[in-house]
Design a binder for this molecule. Structure first.
Ligand code: ATP
Length: 498
């Protein structure tokens, strides 16, 4: 099998004569430690803001106070450039200067024409001027695997703590750190240690919170706190039973595999707004006992060429690094509308879609995808074909039994003491066409009004008043709901409800 490690990729790109390799990472030190292993006898020079133009190996200046521009000038002929690797750090702020960009482009062209050299840009931010875009190949650093993370933790324990840390706790820390860089992990270890001079299970909470922020800063995924459980969902019994079965497989992956069970891939939940699709994504992560990452498809679509693909790649790489996890892809139809059309935008979407399908098909990591969509007519048929997802469910408006359960859940959540006063069956009979969100809204309104009127409890009549004041979803979306229901019936999707 092809070696897909970061180092192997870097070597391949250098050998293949890629002129500019852009390593997008916070971990300069890690790149530095790899360079001697991949330079294969070439001279390696570096430019950085602090030291200027230096010999990479000895770190001695090749010229005092050399600016980036002057360094570039000194390499402008093929014989000066030949058999060199040039490492650029801290240069992103210079990449909006046309003179610098044009000189970097000059180097790239010489390399393209056969000069044996490579430019490597190392930066935590990605800035690629249009003029050099076609010469640049982006390379992301690999995420650390669990064993590497454990080695970092053990190293930290050895250097800082007087006593041993339980191996089971190290495992738990390692799992919590997945998806973070070495730098981030060491910072979090130091922070966990600083409060009481120890690493304990209660530090996991802190790590989780910090990790949530770090993921947020990276900008493409959001880590959602897990509050909702399967018991917060009224009805949708088929879907819930399906999740419970998958959870058993997912939580016993090794045994399941040995038994011959396929790794669960994911599920597409389509249907009516406000009827529990998001709720199910959240409850699934809780059931699987893994973190929930939300990928917002609207945000993923960047405005620069190639940006959306880069974003999707990064999102998937991060999710895989954090896995086991549930990756919730919200509003799937937003990303893939316009597939197969013509024009720049449509091409990007089509490519993006291709990448996504390939990933779904080949995925080996325990990243369980829960995709949700309101309008499946906008989704490309390839996605709905068997084999992409383990199953496709549609969620419709809740039926009588389901409405009863949803009323009970929401009343119990807020006013458990009033449940006995309320004739839920009566409410159910007058709420045909209400979505779960409508029912929740009605309960909230009734409670608010009762409070405003200084009532000691809420009664059936209060809820009925709120119902009368509500325009249900089926009233508001009558036509499109009918169309949608027909569509699901035609396609014979599984119903989430019993
Ligand atoms: P959208 O497509 O608009 O995002 P959705 O189908 O994802 O809608 P949710 O966000 O899951 O809908 O539901 C909105 C709110 O309505 C939930 O937070 C929940 O409180 C309530 N709700 C919806 N369906 C149910 C249900 N079956 N049981 C209990 N509560 C429900």
């Amino acid at each position: 099998m092809e070696d897909r490690t970061f180092k192997a990729k870097l070597v391949r790109y250098i050998d293949a004569g890629f002129p500019i390799i852009y390593i997008n990472t916070f971990e300069e030190d890690k790149v530095d430690s790899l360079i001697p292993e991949i330079s294969s006898g070439k001279e390696v020079y570096e430019w950085n803001e602090t030291n200027g133009y230096i010999d990479f190996e000895t770190k001695t200046p090749l010229q005092e106070d050399c600016t980036l521009e002057r360094m570039l000038d000194q390499l402008k002929t093929p014989d000066l450039l030949d058999r060199k690797i040039l490492i650029f750090k801290d240069i992103t702020s210079y990449l909006d200067e046309p003179r610098i960009v044009s000189k970097v482009k000059g180097l790239a062209r010489m390399i393209n024409q056969g000069v044996d050299a490579t430019v490597i840009i190392v930066s935590s931010v990605l800035v690629i001027p249009k003029d050099i875009e076609k010469y640049v190949t982006i390379l992301e650093m690999d995420y650390l695997n669990t064993d590497e993370i454990k080695t970092i933790i053990r190293g930290f324990v050895k250097d800082n703590l007087n006593q041993q840390v339980d191996e089971k706790l190290i495992e738990e820390f390692a799992l919590a750190f997945k998806g973070l860089t070495e730098f981030e992990i060491l910072n979090l270890l130091a922070l966990s240690y600083a409060d009481d001079g120890d690493l304990t299970r209660k530090d996991l909470r802190l790590i989780f919170d910090q990790k949530q922020q770090m993921i947020k800063k990276a900008g493409i995924l959001e880590m959602i706190p897990l509050k909702e459980t399967i018991d917060d969902i009224g009805g949708l019994e088929n879907l819930k039973a399906w999740f419970i079965k998958k959870a058993k497989v997912y939580k016993n992956m090794n045994n399941a595999k040995k038994y011959g069970v396929d790794m669960p891939k994911g599920v597409l939940i389509a249907g009516v707004p406000g009827c529990g699709k998001s709720l199910n994504a959240k409850a699934a992560a809780n059931l699987f006992e893994v973190p929930l990452l939300r990928l917002d498809m609207g945000r993923l679509m960047g405005k620069y060429v190639g940006e959306s693909e880069g974003n999707l790649r990064s999102a998937i790489a991060l999710a895989e690094a954090i896995s086991p996890c549930v990756l919730w892809i919200d509003e799937l139809e937003k990303a893939f509308a316009g597939i197969g059309g013509s024009g720049g935008g449509a091409e990007v979407t089509t490519r993006l879609f291709g990448n996504f399908l390939t990933w779904m098909q080949e995925k080996e990591s325990p990243t369980f995808v829960v995709a949700t969509a309101n309008d499946i007519t906008k989704l490309p048929p390839e996605l709905l074909r068997k084999g992409r997802f383990d199953e496709i469910f549609y969620v419709g408006l809740p039926n009588k039994e389901e409405r009863e359960k949803i009323f009970n859940i929401h009343i119990k959540k807020r006013r458990p003491q009033d449940l006995k006063n309320i004739r839920v069956k009566e409410l159910v009979s007058i709420t045909e066409g209400f979505s779960g969100a409508d029912i929740e809204g009605v309960v909230k309104d009734a409670i608010e009004s009762a409070f405003a009127e200084d009532k000691t409890s809420i009664q059936t009549a209060d809820v009925i008043d709120a119902i009368k004041d509500t325009h249900s979803l089926s009233e508001i979306m009558k036509d499109s709901l009918e169309k949608m229901t027909k569509e699901y019936e035609n396609r014979k999707f599984k119903s989430a409800s019993k």
